[in-house]
Design a protein around this ligand. Structure first.
Ligand SMILES: [Zn+2]
Length: 202
């Protein structure tokens, strides 16, 4: 059976975890635009930075992937990340909240979530996690690649359209890998398990 079909039963669980995690922290979430970063406002539109929220936590929430039947992605279980992005909310470990390149990395994930939509992001991330592990997951490689560009050769230009284009290309490439993938990724946006897109508490 296709790996993507095997992941489908985990989708409602993952969505529920995202919804609960966001609802748990909604009272302490702050707009990213209240943070004083020097380079981010030059790279991302203001309306995006206004909508993105930052939550600073002692311990970054870790998706309980083993409970979702994704135990094979074992590398992920041992990662103690400094940040994670759920939809438009970036969780940062206390002490990392001024790390601009980390926030830049997480913003790449925000754009990936927005480009793909909730179900396709979760489906694509889960599938690529199974295939490549955490570190080599192409969605992570993309985020690290942009992060390196920020650190290295100065601000990249047109970063937002570039992330969108690369995300769409990755989706197209993964869809093309099999007929099942093509059908699943076409159908995923229509599956609804709760009002995650419009309300964290919904
Ligand atoms: Zn990442």
């Amino acid at each position: 059976m296709s790996r993507l079909l095997q992941l489908l039963p985990a989708l409602p669980k993952a969505r529920r975890w995202v919804r609960w995690t966001l609802a748990d922290h909604v009272s302490v979430a702050q707009s990213l635009s209240t943070r004083r970063f020097s380079r981010l406002p030059k790279l991302y539109p203001h309306e995006l930075l206004d909508r993105v929220k930052i939550v600073v936590v002692q311990k970054v929430p870790r998706p309980p992937v083993e409970q979702w039947g994704l135990g094979a992605a074992d590398q992920f279980l041992f990662v103690d990340p400094a940040g994670i992005t759920l939809l438009d909310t970036i969780f940062l470990q206390c002490g990392s909240e001024t790390n601009e390149s980390l926030v830049f990395h997480e913003l790449v994930h925000v754009v990936q979530w927005r480009t793909l939509g909730v179900n396709r992001f979760l489906g694509l991330y889960g599938l690529l996690l199974q295939q490549h592990g955490y570190f080599d997951n192409p969605l992570e490689v993309m985020a690290r690649g942009f992060e390196t560009r920020l650190e290295g050769a100065g601000p990249p230009h047109g970063v937002l359209p570039a992330i969108r284009r690369m995300t769409e290309e990755l989706l197209a490439e993964t869809s093309k890998a099999s007929l099942v993938n093509r059908m699943a990724f076409a159908l995923l946006p229509a599956l609804r398990f709760g009002r995650l897109e419009t309300s964290p508490g919904g």
